[in-house]
Design a protein around this ligand. Sequence first.
Ligand code: ZN
Length: 104
Amino acid sequence: MAQLIDMGPPTPTPHVLPSLLSISHNNPFSVGTAREICKICFDVNRVGFHVPDEVWQAAIPEYYGRNIVCLTCFTRLADERAIPWDHEIEFFPVSLVSHFGMTT
Ligand SMILES: [Zn+2]
């Protein structure tokens, strides 16, 4: 009889070139990119954003608390809960080039 094996949470994969990797001490999921990593989908959060606390708390399950959640996951969860997230949202996009200060 087949048995399901719990492999634990998915292992995040860094989404940057290996040459850009370094060690990050404050977030094991960032694998040294130091870029914000979404706690839900483990992708890089390329567009930071800010919404009022009441919008965040209504949209994000308590389990995730104040962890990093990317714009895609946030808007999906908010839409699923019929939260009007677009009224007071501010955006802070960060490209990889800008993050590493490589802009000219
Ligand atoms: Zn996400």
